[in-house]
Design a protein. Structure first.
Length: 199
């Protein structure tokens, strides 16, 4: 039977500037459960699985805050939170190739306990979304890895693609075979795809 209330506030946050990552970038969601009192909370639980489109990092499932807790995907169990204390859970992953332009949402359930009542869920923030803005382009040839004929060959690209001239793989290649690297030709304003245009 439920007894006196423990005001549990569940909030999901993204680090500032992390809402529009590129493919391959690391995204971190931090879930915080605050006990606003007036009584201590025991046997608190909620669920949060890493969303589709992300691959978990070694930090995924890390916990912290004022009290110890345990995360076994997707269940987070918190044995005790004193009034005025908080605990945290990290959900972290790298954005999968092929997610460019997609929205990925992390959803958590509200913290609950069978031992105390939670007088309100007002203020709970259970969803945070990212929009993937930019693809992974390993070789810098302007083709996303998900559609690139060869992700390690900057000279094998789709016509019309715009190369990333700061990419070291692209810079080191000699796509037109004229004996000058792409980076050298770019610096000298010659065409790295035209063997007749060199310095």
């Amino acid at each position: 039977m439920a007894v006196r209330g423990a005001g549990l506030l569940t909030v999901t946050n993204l680090p500032r500037g992390n809402a529009r990552p590129t493919e391959g970038a690391t995204v971190t969601f931090t879930i915080t459960v605050n006990n606003n009192g007036p009584v201590d909370a025991t046997n608190v639980s909620l669920a949060d699985a890493i969303p589709a489109g992300l691959t978990a990092t070694a930090n995924n499932g890390n916990t912290g805050g004022d009290q110890p807790s345990t995360y076994v995907n997707p269940n987070w169990t918190i044995p005790f939170i004193a009034s005025g204390q908080f605990v945290t859970l990290t959900i972290e992953g790298t954005v999968d190739v092929g997610q460019n332009g997609m929205t990925i949402t992390n959803t958590t359930t509200a913290a609950t306990t069978p031992d105390q009542t939670d007088p309100t869920t007002a203020g709970d923030d259970l969803n945070e979304s990212i929009t993937v803005d930019g693809c992974l382009d390993t070789d810098g040839d302007g083709d996303c890895d998900s559609t690139d004929p060869d992700i390690n060959d900057p000279c094998n690209f789709t016509p019309g693609s715009i190369a990333d001239t700061t990419n070291p793989i692209w810079q080191a290649a000699d796509c037109d075979g004229d004996g000058e690297t792409n980076g050298f030709e770019d610096m000298n304003m010659t065409d790295p795809t035209d063997p007749c245009d060199n310095s």
